[in-house]
Design a protein around this ligand. Structure first.
Ligand SMILES: [Zn+2]
Length: 394
């Protein structure tokens, strides 16, 4: 074994541990960091010095002490850099500029009808450039750009297929790297949403959860044993295309009877349109339907019940497979909680295997339309931390 290499790896791991401890417990004294990490005080002191040199940690005035000399407190410098986090949807782009704690500094949202790659890229570039302009002066500037996309993404950032955009085999990571010369992270929107809820939202207390992004389609992000589970090639979570009806309604994926054809926002809106509950040109049709149900219109309430049951069908399958602590319903459909929750809970109660229901929590996203963007902020900031800790003076 190469001794120097081992020392290098240990030091890197210790530095990550010290930084994470300060970040989570800020403000904190050096002595407390030593206590929490189990590292000796000398090691903590030298690693803290490196972190201060790197402008990622600051010293503040004395903290509280129960007698004796008051310790100097360490603070995580969340303004040392900024992340740009994008949720690239099927007909919208949501862009956030966040600090290193994920606080939103600036937010932009645009809608688009023209789904051609050239048009959408132009809009995307404009939003990113605007957010870059909005970033305050800082030591590291914009540390990276993360884009959540509604499709299948390879491990090296190629968007292989985005059926609801009609895009195939686009190397998004390369396109963005060439344009912005910044570190880029590309991830599937449901994976990003799951991670957003895990880091910032209702998923913080769960180590095993199924996040179900229900919008135009349905995508699922899995947090298993605290980690995002992506599968061998990064393609896990296509539960929207599990068959729930043999020879059912045809789907864009080529199969028939896929779950998303019965339980997605598009399924809801198609039926609402047929029933004459909404107009074709309504720009906020879900809100219209919720208002109709709130006003007691039976057709709207029944439609939500039907969709809620179909959501329950897919959730029941995923509960039986993964035995999660929580299922979280996110994206557009989360705003209909009041009207779909009773139906989907009833379905799960009557159909999921009993043992799997013990301790199971059914939650609706607290970040709603922002889960994916928050997740991309978390990925981008983590990638920056890893790069930062890799630059170690030996
Ligand atoms: Zn399908």
């Amino acid at each position: 074994m190469n001794q120097t290499w081992n020392q290098h790896v240990v030091k890197k791991e210790n530095k990550t541990l010290v930084l994470e401890t300060i970040k989570t417990n800020t403000p904190i004294s050096r002595a407390r960091v030593a206590q929490l990490t189990g590292l000796n005080k000398g090691t903590v002191s030298s690693l803290v010095s490196e972190l201060i040199d790197g402008n990622i940690i600051e010293e503040s005035g004395p903290g509280e002490s129960s007698g004796g000399r008051r310790p100097v407190m360490l603070l995580f410098n969340h303004l040392a850099g900024y992340s740009i986090a994008i949720d690239l949807g099927v007909n919208y782009i949501l862009g956030l500029l966040t600090d290193l704690n994920g606080n939103i500094i600036c937010e932009q949202r645009v809608h688009f009808q023209d789904k051609t790659f050239e048009h959408v890229m132009q809009r995307l570039f404009e939003i990113i450039e605007d957010l870059q302009q909005a970033a305050p002066e800082s030591h590291y500037g914009v540390v990276g750009i993360g884009i959540g996309v509604p499709g299948v993404v390879s491990n090296d950032g190629e968007l292989l297929l985005a059926p609801n955009l009609g895009w195939k085999r686009i190397h998004l990571l390369n396109v963005l790297e060439e344009r912005f010369h910044l570190p880029i992270v590309i991830e599937n929107e449901a994976n990003a949403g799951a991670y957003g809820e895990k880091v910032f939202g209702v998923g913080q207390d769960f180590s095993n959860m199924v996040y179900c992004s229900i919008g135009t389609g349905i995508g699922v992000g899995l947090i298993l044993e605290e980690k995002l589970y992506k599968g061998f090639n990064g393609f896990s979570g296509e539960l929207g295309h599990m068959t729930i009806e043999k020879d059912g309604i045809p789907c864009r994926c080529g199969n028939k009877g896929c779950w998303e054809r019965y339980a997605s926002e598009s399924a809801l809106l198609e039926k609402a349109l047929k029933l004459g509950l909404i107009e074709k040109n309504d720009v906020t049709p879900i809100q219209t339907l919720v208002a109709l149900a709130d006003n007691g219109l039976v057709e709207a309430i029944d439609l939500f019940t039907e969709i809620g049951e179909y959501i329950g069908v897919g959730l029941t399958n995923s509960i039986n497979i993964f035995n999660p602590q929580a299922v979280i319903i996110g994206n557009q459909m989360a705003v209909t909680e009041k009207w779909i929750r009773p139906a989907l809970e009833r379905y799960i109660k009557n159909h999921a295997i009993g043992f799997h229901q013990e301790d199971l929590k059914i939650k609706f996203s607290s970040l709603t339309s922002h889960s994916t963007a928050y997740g991309m902020a978390a990925f981008t900031i983590e990638a920056f931390s890893i790069r930062f800790n890799n630059t170690i003076s030996n």
